[in-house]
Design a protein around this ligand. Structure first.
Ligand code: ADP
Ligand code: MG
Length: 657
């Protein structure tokens, strides 16, 4: 059977074959991982299906090479593949990563980037070193093996295997035979055709694979001394072959942290979770007692490309007595830590597994609680001791933490709020809630935030400028989730601080969060407030007619107490929905025509000359209407918000001139 690769796959393959990718040697780790997965699958079958009987001790991966034929063979006696599975699994590079790969590829066109490493193209990495690959596989229980073969260029063939290829009794499993390309000066493939070369790669990348990786190695031994040897006998040596297990096999997560080099953790992480960058944090812990388990967790330093797609699956690998129970056990991780990768291994987790029983498993819940605690304290430690790394972390994963608060209706705020960072309008850097609160002037009793499309836009809105002018810092929020999260949080809890002789202690308290562009927020001083009250009173009729003129657009028109002197007017909101929330709701895909709207209030600056013009036009109905409309539209424009009718705005401006 002759088949063509899909166009996208072809592009990927040719890129891989011709790449200057420096890490070509990862091909071996990919093939060994696949072999190990195949053994896991068979082992798992044998535990759940009484018809599947395997001799656990015989399960192994074997590695061999033939210098003259220039081949390397990776074999396993795992589950094997049927003809259809060969076609499906090896015929298309149909990982969810392929779309992302295409994008990254377009973006980095021509640059020497590590896209291959990024997307963990698995099996296909074999083509980086081979000009032909033959896969012979026999599914467990099948009576026939099939052979898949390809040069990695156009297509592949699948045919019944040749006599002698996996045709023995119960000879299930897979052989992957690589026909290495010729060695050249900058593409040295010869290095892989040696015992040491291969051993080296196994130790480097696959040392902790749980199944034995075996290889025939040549050893030397002294020949026995002949009976009749004279006094001048010199010992003689001979070479012999011995099957050796090349990898260490003791799972890395069972080792104490002090026994393992960081480099080994990093390598394990990269090969197991298909990342090309070292993890930002490694968390290893061991618990004994009522519930015994080992856990090894990693905080990646980069967000996986599909983290925010709906295909992304969170979860930790769950092992019991060295058998993989579930590759992604999602109950072990809360959604807001969905980026954490890792392994939990517990002999106490029972094997009679269906997803439902796992979910209800109280042991699992206990582990999950502890996992969450450990992640939390590790993140806090990173925030405290390694700020710049934490800021990178937050750039990648902060949005998820905020969603944690949002989707728990605020109930997770007490855990997560202290992990958040916001851009400070005053400090021009990222700050925590705590840092913000510590820097608050005594008179300030709220945490102010402002939300909008970008830091620049938000910084120049009248509300933010006003707050800064009064000495109050503002947290600048530019992510969709921010303000919705604040709605549920409402306040930030500050713990009590004990006093000592030098410092005054403070009580625990909750500090309200407030949007600076809320119409009812008063940042103003007592004097300013009094003046505004007076102005509202004095101009009652004027404000009322302006409100009538802007009928349907605003719920009120008021004199503002504290606008900076260059700003004639601004649009604020009243009630739970802010203008920026309105914008974000409307921008959501599939938002209805009548998506909820903020209640807008036009706030006028009595100290601005324009206010005088309004007063003068009080009795000229048409003129006042024109002024009001222009003022309203331009205030929206300044705040980066859309105006209802640009044509009318243009017409009005022309009329005015
Ligand atoms: P991944 O391992 O990430 O799924 P790969 O490209 O490495 O992607 O492999 C593709 C698929 O081919 C695997 O998911 C598996 O189903 C199948 N496969 C590869 N190697 C083997 C093997 N040695 N035994 C059984 N199946 C295999
Ligand atoms: Mg793989």
């Amino acid at each position: 059977m002759q088949q063509q690769f899909k166009t996208e796959s072809k592009k990927l393959l040719s890129l891989m074959i011709n790449s200057i990718y420096t890490n070509k040697e990862i091909f071996l780790r990919e093939l060994i991982s696949n072999a190990s997965d195949a053994i896991d699958k068979l082992q798992f079958e044998s535990l759940t299906n009484p018809d599947v009987k395997v001799d656990q001790d015989s399960l192994a991966i074997s590695l061999s090479f033939d210098k003259d034929a220039r081949t390397i063979t990776v074999s396993d006696n795992g589950i094997g593949m049927t003809e259809e599975e060969l076609d499906q699994n090896l015929g298309t590079i149909a990982h969810s990563g392929s779309q992302a790969f295409k994008e990254a590829n377009a973006e980095h066109q021509g640059k020497d980037v590590d896209i291959i490493g990024q997307f963990g193209v698995g099996f296909y990495s074999a083509f980086m070193v081979s000009d032909r690959v033959r896969v012979v596989s026999r599914k467990y229980g099948a009576d026939q093996a099939f052979a898949w073969e390809s040069d990695g260029l156009e297509g592949y063939s699948i045919d019944p295997a040749q006599p002698g290829e996996r045709d023995g009794q119960g000879d299930h499993g897979t052989d992957v035979v690589l026909y290495l390309r010729e060695s050249t000066e900058n593409d040295n493939t010869d290095q892989f055709l040696s015992e040491w070369g291969l051993k080296d790669l196994v130790r480097k990348y696959s040392n902790y694979v749980r199944h034995p990786v075996q290889m025939m190695v040549t050893k030397s031994r002294q020949k026995p001394k002949p009976e009749d040897a004279g006094d001048d006998y010199k010992p003689e040596y001979e070479d012999y072959q011995e099957l050796e297990t090349v990898n260490s096999m003791k799972p890395i997560w069972q080792k104490q942290r002090s026994e393992v080099e960081d480099a080994d953790y990093n390598e394990f992480y990269k090969s197991t979770f298909h990342d090309w960058a070292d993890p930002a944090r490694t968390i290893s812990f061991h618990t004994e007692g009522a519930l015994t388990y080992d856990a090894l967790l990693f905080v990646p330093s980069q967000a996986p490309f599909d983290l925010y797609s709906k295909d992304y699956e969170k979860g930790l690998a769950l092992y019991s007595d060295n058998v993989l129970i579930q590759e992604k056990c999602s109950d072990l991780l809360p959604d807001y830590y969905n980026f954490v990768r890792g392994i939990v291994d517990s002999p106490d987790v029972k094997l009679n597994i269906s997803r439902e029983t796992l979910q209800q498993n109280s042991q699992l819940r206990a582990i999950a609680r502890n996992v969450e605690k450990r992640i939390h304290s590790e993140l806090q430690r990173m925030l405290k001791n390694d700020r710049s790394k934490y800021e990178d972390f937050f750039k990648n994963f902060g949005r998820g933490l905020k969603f944690g608060i949002y989707s728990s209706y605020g109930s997770k705020a007490s855990d997560l709020a202290d992990l958040l960072l916001f851009w400070s309008a005053k400090e021009q850097k990222l700050v925590t809630f705590k840092e913000y609160v510590d820097a608050m002037p005594e008179a300030q009793d709220k945490i102010y935030y402002a939300s909008g499309e970008s830091r620049e836009l938000v910084a120049q809105t009248p509300a933010v400028k006003g707050a800064l002018a009064h000495g109050y810092d503002v947290l600048v929020c530019t992510e969709d989730v921010d303000e919705f999260m604040f709605q549920f949080m409402r306040s930030y809890h500050v713990d009590a601080v004990a006093g000592d002789s030098e410092h005054k202690g403070t009580d625990a308290r909750d500090i309200d969060l407030a949007n600076v562009s809320d119409a009812n927020l008063d940042l103003a001083t007592e004097d300013e407030k009094k003046a505004a009250e007076q102005a509202n009173e004095d101009n009652k009729d004027l404000l009322a007619s302006l409100k009538d003129d802007l009928d349907g657009k605003v719920t009120d028109v008021k004199v503002a107490a504290s606008l900076d002197e260059d700003t004639p007017a601004t649009v604020s909101s009243e009630g739970p929905l802010s203008l920026d929330m309105e914008r974000r709701l409307a921008e959501q895909p599939g938002a209805p025509e009548d998506a909820p709207k903020a209640q807008r209030v036009l706030m006028l600056n009595p100290k601005h000359p324009v206010f005088g013009k309004l007063q003068a036009a009080k009795d000229d109905e048409e003129k006042l209407k024109l002024y009001g409309s222009i003022l309203y539209d331009q205030a929206l424009l300044v705040q980066g918000l859309p105006i209802g009718d640009p044509v009318e705005f243009a017409k009005n401006v022309t009329k005015l001139m």
